[in-house]
Design a protein around this ligand. Structure first.
Ligand code: NAD
Ligand code: 89Y
Length: 343
C-alpha cells in the first residue's frame, strides 16, 4: 500500500458532500481518485466540485477500472449489501454509511463475506466521534463520575429532515433505524453492553410510513439502566437539532450535556461547567456543524486503522451489536415485552 491511500466514493447525494470535504481535509493521507453515482450528473458534478480526476455511473465499472486502497459507500441502505460484496470481491477495504442494511441477515452476510475475504469493513457510525461526545467519553474513562449507574440519552427535534432526506418519509422502519442506531450505539459506548431492551414506538406526523418516536429502556450487563429516546415530531424552541443531549449518573458524580453543548460535571461534590462547542470548519455551518465535524473524525479514524491494520471501533462486527439493539427494540415494540439482543 502506498503511503497515500487511493480512495473511491460511491453515492454523491445529500450527505456525501460532507464526506467529500472530509476526504479533502485528509488529503495528506488519502487521494480521492474516483467518485461514482448511478445518477451520472451527480457523479460528474461531485468530481468537478472536488477536483476528483475520474467519475463513473456504475460501481462495478469503477471497481474494474481503478486500483483502490478503499471504497467509501455513501448510498442509502438498500444498496449497501451489493456494494460491500462488490468491494469484497475485489479485496478492497470498505467503509459504509449507517444504517448498515435493511435487515439483520444482510448485516450478517456483509460481515461474513468481508471476514472470509480478509477485507476490513467499517460502518460510518459517526455520533460516537462527535467532538462533544468524545469529551464525554474521556470524562467517563477517567473515572471522574465513578462506575455508571443510570443514563438518559436523547434526540428530540422537529427539524425538517424530510427536505434534505425525502426517502425517510417512506421508510416503514424509520426512526429506530435512522437515528436509533446512533443513539443506541452511544448507549453501548457510554454505559456498556446491553442485556435487555424494552421499547414503545409512536407515529405522530401524519403521512409518513414509519414510526417517528421511540422510547427505549435498556438494562446493561453492568447493572446500569438507561433511557434512550428519539423523536422527529417534537415542537421545541429552541430546537436542539442535531445535538445529542444526555445525563449520566455514576457512583461518584454525574454529567449533563445540555442544549448548546454545555457540559456540567459533578464529582465528589464539586462541579465544573464548560462549553463543548467547537469552532466552525471552513466547510461546516450551523446547525449541522457537530454532525459534519464528526464525519471528519470518523474518516480519520478509518484511515488510521487501515494504515495500522487495526480493527476500527465501529467495524462491521462491532456494528452488529448496535444493530441487534435496533432489532430488539422493534421486537419489543411489537410484543410489548422486553427483548434480548442477538449476540
Ligand atoms: P441520497 O439519496 O441523497 O444519496 C444517495 C446517492 O446514492 C444518490 O445520489 C443515489 O443516486 C446514489 N446511489 C444509490 N444506489 C447506488 C448504487 N448502487 N450505485 C451508485 N450510486 C448509488 O442519500 P443521503 O441522504 O446522502 O444518505 C446516504 C446515506 O448516508 C444513508 O444511508 C443515510 O442514512 C446516511 N446519512 C448518515 C448521516 C450521519 O450522520 N451518519 C446523515 C445523513 C445521512
Ligand atoms: O439521517 C440522520 C442521521 O443519521 O444524522 C442526522 C440525520 O441526517 C437527520 O436526522
Amino acid at each position: 500500500m502506498s503511503s497515500r491511500l487511493r480512495a473511491g466514493l460511491i453515492g454523491c447525494g445529500f450527505y456525501a458532500r460532507n464526506h467529500l470535504h472530509a476526504w479533502r481535509d485528509l488529503s495528506d493521507d488519502v487521494e480521492l481518485v474516483a467518485v461514482c453515482d448511478r445518477d451520472e450528473q451527480k457523479a460528474g458534478a461531485a468530481a468537478e466540485a472536488f477536483s476528483v480526476p475520474r467519475w463513473y455511473g456504475d460501481a462495478a465499472r469503477m471497481m474494474e477500472a481503478e486500483a483502490l486502497d478503499f471504497v467509501d459507500i455513501v448510498t442509502t441502505m438498500p444498496s449497501h449489501k451489493s456494494l460491500v460484496l462488490l468491494a469484497a470481491s475485489h479485496k478492497v477495504p470498505v467503509i459504509v454509511q449507517k444504517p448498515f442494511a435493511p435487515t439483520w441477515q444482510d448485516c450478517l452476510d456483509m460481515v461474513d463475506v468481508c471476514r472470509n475475504a480478509g477485507v476490513p469493513l467499517m460502518v460510518h457510525e459517526n455520533f460516537r466521534f462527535q467532538s462533544p461526545l468524545l469529551e464525554v467519553r474521556r470524562v467517563l474513562e477517567a473515572g471522574t463520575i465513578g462506575d455508571v449507574t443510570w443514563g438518559r440519552i436523547n434526540w428530540r427535534t422537529g427539524y425538517d429532515i424530510y427536505a434534505g432526506q425525502p426517502y425517510l418519509a417512506t421508510e416503514e422502519r424509520f426512526i429506530l433505524l435512522d437515528i436509533g442506531v446512533h443513539v443506541l450505539d452511544l448507549a453501548r459506548v457510554l454505559l456498556g453492553e446491553v442485556e435487555r431492551v424494552f421499547c414503545e414506538t409512536q407515529s405522530v406526523k401524519p403521512s409518513i410510513a414509519g414510526e417517528d418516536m421511540a422510547t427505549i429502556m435498556l438494562k446493561h450487563h453492568n447493572g446500569a439502566v438507561s433511557v434512550v429516546d428519539c423523536s422527529y415530531a417534537t415542537k421545541r424552541d429552541p430546537d436542539p437539532f442535531p445535538e445529542v443531549l444526555l445525563e449520566i449518573e455514576g457512583r461518584r458524580g454525574s454529567l449533563l450535556l445540555s442544549p448548546g453543548l454545555e457540559l456540567r460535571v459533578t464529582s465528589e461534590g464539586a462541579t465544573t461547567v464548560r462549553s463543548l462547542r467547537t469552532p466552525l470548519l471552513p466547510w461546516t455551518s450551523e446547525p449541522w456543524h457537530v454532525s459534519q465535524e464528526s464525519v471528519l473524525n470518523t474518516q480519520r479514524h478509518w484511515v488510521e486503522c487501515l494504515k495500522a491494520a487495526r480493527e476500527p471501533e465501529t467495524s462491521g462486527r462491532d456494528n452488529l451489536k448496535t444493530y441487534a439493539l435496533v432489532e430488539a427494540a422493534y421486537e419489543s415494540a411489537t410484543s410489548h415485552q422486553a427483548a434480548r439482543p442477538n449476540s
